[in-house]
Ligand binder design. Sequence first.
Ligand code: URP
Ligand code: ZN
Ligand code: ZN
Length: 459
Amino acid sequence: MDYKIINGTIVTATDTYRADIGVQGGKIVQIAKKIKEPAQEVIDAKGLYILPGGIDIHTHLDMPFMGTSSSDDFETGTIAAAFGGTTCIVDFAIQGKRQSLKGALKTWMKKAANKAVIDYGFHIAITDLNNRVMAEIPEMVAAGVTSFKCFLAYKGALMIDDGALYRILQESKRAGALVMIHAENGDVLDILINDYISKGLTEPKYHALSRPPEAEAEATGRGIAIAQMAGAPIYIVHLSCKEALAKVKEARDAGFPAYAETCPQYLLKSYNNYLEPNFEGAKYVMSPPLRDKSNWEPLWKGLAYGDLQIVSTDHCPFNFKGQKDKGKDNFAAIPNGAPGIEHRLMLMFHEGVNKKRITLNRFVDLVSSTPAKLFGLFPQKGTIAVGSDADLVLWDPKAQFEISAKNHHQNVDYTPYEGFKVKGLPKVVLANGKVIVKDNQFLGTAGSGRFIKRKPVRL
Ligand code: URP
Ligand code: ZN
Ligand code: ZN
């Protein structure tokens, strides 16, 4: 046996219990009250929780966007993820105009190879649909890409129309893939953005004002209705507001398989951040935008009661100096996105579990198990079971920390969570049975992360 983890408390989405874990060849090979066999190394997890590694199914590493590129590549981004207890990501390969899906996947495979320190998969964002691309959907599923993203916003760039969404939903259902939507009404937003700019209203707060919650709710409801017509399930990414949540809830209450994620920024930051002086509001320019604080409680309740199923980060970092400042005189030129891959688990544990908004098991469910289940990774990942990958986080619930750009590993010059104090941190992180982070030291290797062929998704 390579490792024996003793004296810890295992926490899964359903259970919390004391047991030892045996690890060999990258897999969990034994779980028992006491493991007697010797191991090459023994890790004492006394006082620690043992969690399945975090799975972040919404990241944008090394992504060309709005005239620049997200500042974390697959090495820096996955190292930062590992420091935060995330051991698997699913990133977005974006289809370029006139590009094949195969071509998009190849481009992103190259970005990740020899760099990623944790396992990864890809969704493909379909931005240019034609019959040839339609025929590639089952081929991509066979290659392990079992989810596709459709943008209902970013008109003139990534946005597709409702007919294309309908066709993608139909074919994905047949092929065993889940369709994810960025739900904002891109046509209306385009007019609102131009109206503000033409009036000289160019500060970061107008980014939020030009993307109202109604535009998100409308696109969420429309996406769900189109999915119903296609007889396919649907997944809403980065849901930010109570109006959109109501659409998901209504569909779920009617028995329709609509799923949704939110992100820590929509639970912990607000519209007021756009009012920060010296253009600092640009740090929070993302889409959908941060909303009024009155949305926080409904979103937390959505997570606690099951109307929202996943917490992802939508990690899409751009430096404040040299990237965000492209939009100094025009909010529409500020690259959309913010960092967060490193801090998801600690924020959700502290703000969620410590503050009693969600239970410990629900926390594991939201950051690991349901992401694995909905995206074809379960039970290889997302749980602690014999046969699963030994992606494990030894979590110290008492360790305290203040989040700062001065101590993070993300390749970006700020964090939206600067000054947040959290209690509960990863102490040891194993990926595929190897210790890659221990006591805040990185021990992994670039390129050791593997591309994971995800299984077809039938919901
Ligand atoms: O502002 C955001 N969310 N940027 C990343 C791209 C996306 O829409 O997910
Ligand atoms: Zn999006
Ligand atoms: Zn995104």
